[in-house]
Design a protein around this ligand. Structure first.
Ligand code: NOJ
Length: 565
């Protein structure tokens, strides 16, 4: 069988001038759950610093730190009480400086999470806003409004929170009377900033400079499509059940308003004024056609592409999830990003253990039992596919160990506000502390054996030290693939992505320069097909595979990188 007329995609960029973030492998650290140095059962900055060699040896280019700022931790730190200080649970500013310096000394860039849509209700400016009266400059820092109804007893509009329930909370004024309402698109403890107010703009410009001055190489922008609300705070359309009516592929009325683009145009010159290539990556869940507005030389550098993460297992779905963003990358003139897991979604080693098309809820319920071996096999294959693609790849801590989502966390220990507000399992299952050592208390997460969420027994066999140096382990597969990706320039856009056509059913194939990538999505082992130009791939060198190699064949649910000879 020959590969005919491969489809080509080659987002234009001069390889010689490629800034680091365009093809970087970035590793997301969720500080609470990475490594605990002081033994209180909660991860911390010194724990991260101590484990930087793990990231260096994995071969990543950068780490992205989820929030470690002062916070009551009502949403895992995405409720910030002081943007320019470190929460005592995680350490001190000196620990942050040391972490950044140590990472830089190892050649690792550091991306800091910035949360500009909302603060914590414990932020001193929110406390001042509560204390000052309606119409005061203090209150104008946040989105306050009078209620509807005769006595203002109804919320100002019908918006609902991403974490369920109303998006408004009524306050009691300083004199004890029922008062105004404040907007919180997320938890009640996360009041939205008022981005109509120039003082909010000034505050965040200072926050950016604060971390840039301390050496941050970039920012991951939380809810990057959320800050600016529609003029007049109008009601949203609702469906027959009274729920917000959001057409497929669209977003709620309070997201993706054009005003947010101005914020990036304001921030970009600040980043550009610093030495080095400081960058912003947006967490923007927006319709695809809107992406080109957010990314550009005057806006943000890149945005997470969540389509690949959402694609179900299969040739057509995964190919489409590659082709679409590549075409968009052409349109915006910047390479795309790839993500399979993060701290908000069910880990991909578990997602793939369910039949394609399985309808997941918010988190994994105890009664939902994946095929764990199948999930891990497909997750490893999907990872090899992702790491072969041009653009930046974002990894989430623990995926290099093949960690599954943990379903059996007792409800009383769950902390996700979505769980607390609505009873859904929520996101704690992907936030369980990492296993470093198979035979240590808390699997080496903490010296005292404490762990803010219980780790399941299966974490022992998946611990980093149990996989280190073990051929075929998930950790060694990640290390090999990341090294090969660099060696063969796979992240760079210069070599086009050429899909192999007319492959046997269930086989996805693409070519990147001298590397041929094959993914067997079928349930049968398949013979290796002919490669580009009729090349016999059975004769090609195996660079890395996700499964035990079988000469001339590709096992079911597996991927392989081959070098054309
Ligand atoms: C997105 C973050 O990734 C998530 O963890 C958080 O709950 C929301 N934004 C609100 O900040």
């Amino acid at each position: 069988m020959t590969a005919q007329s491969p489809a080509q995609h080659a987002p234009g960029a001069d390889a010689a001038t490629t800034p680091w973030w365009r093809d970087a492998v970035v590793y997301q650290v969720y500080p609470r759950s990475f490594a605990d140095a002081d033994g209180d059962g909660m991860g911390d900055l010194p724990g991260i610093t101590a484990h930087l060699p793990h990231l260096r040896d994995l071969g990543v280019d950068a780490l992205w730190l989820s929030p470690f700022f002062t916070s009551p931790q009502r949403d895992g730190g995405y409720d910030v009480a002081d943007y320019c200080d470190v929460d005592p649970r995680f350490g001190s500013l000196a620990d942050a400086d040391e972490l950044i310096a140590s990472a830089h000394a190892m050649g690792l860039k550091v991306i800091v999470d910035i949360v500009p849509n909302h603060s914590s209700s414990e932020h001193e400016l929110f406390q001042q806003a509560l204390a000052a009266g309606p119409g005061s400059p203090e209150r104008d820092m946040y989105v306050f409004a009078d209620g509807r109804g005769e006595h203002g007893e109804l919320p100002p509009n019908n918006w609902t929170s991403i974490f369920h329930g109303e998006a408004w909370t009524r306050i009691t004024e300083a004199d004890g009377t029922p008062g105004q309402w404040y907007l919180h698109i997320f938890d009640t403890s996360q009041p939205d900033w008022n981005w109509q107010n120039p003082r909010v703009h000034a505050l965040f410009r200072d926050v950016l400079r604060f971390w840039l001055d301390r050496g941050a190489d970039g920012f991951r922008v939380d809810v990057a499509h959320g800050m600016v609300k529609p003029e007049g705070l109008p009601d949203a359309a609702v469906n027959a059940e009274g729920l917000l009516d959001i057409p497929e592929g669209e977003v709620p009325i309070y997201f993706d308003n054009d005003g947010v683009l101005e914020i990036y145009r304001e921030w970009r010159p600040i980043l550009d004024s610093y030495e080095g290539e400081r960058m912003m990556v947006l967490e923007a869940w927006i319709p695809e056609h809107r992406l080109p507005l957010y990314i550009g030389p005057e806006e943000a550098h890149q945005s997470f592409n969540f389509g690949f993460l959402q694609a179900t297992w299969g040739v057509e779905t995964m190919r489409a999830a590659i082709e679409k963003p590549l075409a968009l990358a052409d349109a915006v003139g910047a390479p795309t990003t790839w993500v399979l897991s993060n701290h908000d979604v069910i880990r991909h080693a578990t997602r793939y253990g369910f039949p394609p098309g399985y309808r997941f809820g918010e988190g994994l319920g105890r009664a939902e039992t994946p095929d764990a071996a199948l999930g891990l096999a497909r997750a490893r294959a999907a990872t090899l596919l992702m790491l072969s693609l041009p653009g930046a790849a974002y990894l989430y801590q623990g995926e290099e160990l093949g960690l599954p989502e943990v379903a059996e966390i007792p409800d009383a220990l769950r902390e996700d506000p979505a769980h607390l507000r609505a009873g859904v399992p929520g996101r704690d299952g992907c936030r369980v502390p990492l296993p470093w050592r198979a035979d240590a208390p808390a699997y080496g997460f903490s010296p005292t054996g404490e762990s803010w969420l219980p780790q399941p027994e299966e974490f022992g066999a998946l611990a980093a030290d149990a996989q280190e140096g073990v051929p075929g382990s998930t950790l060694e597969m990640y290390r090999a693939a990341i090294a090969l990706r660099r060696e063969h320039g796979l992240g760079r856009p210069d070599a086009p992505v050429e899909f192999l056509e007319d492959l046997p059913e269930g086989l996805l194939g693409l070519v990147r320069g001298e590397v041929v990538v094959l993914v067997n999505t079928s349930e049968q082992e398949l013979p290796l097909p002919a490669g580009p130009d009729g090349l016999d791939l059975a004769d090609a060198e195996v660079l890395v595979g996700s499964a035990e190699p079988v000469p001339g064949r590709l096992p079911a649910d597996a991927a392989v990188w081959l070098r054309r000879r």
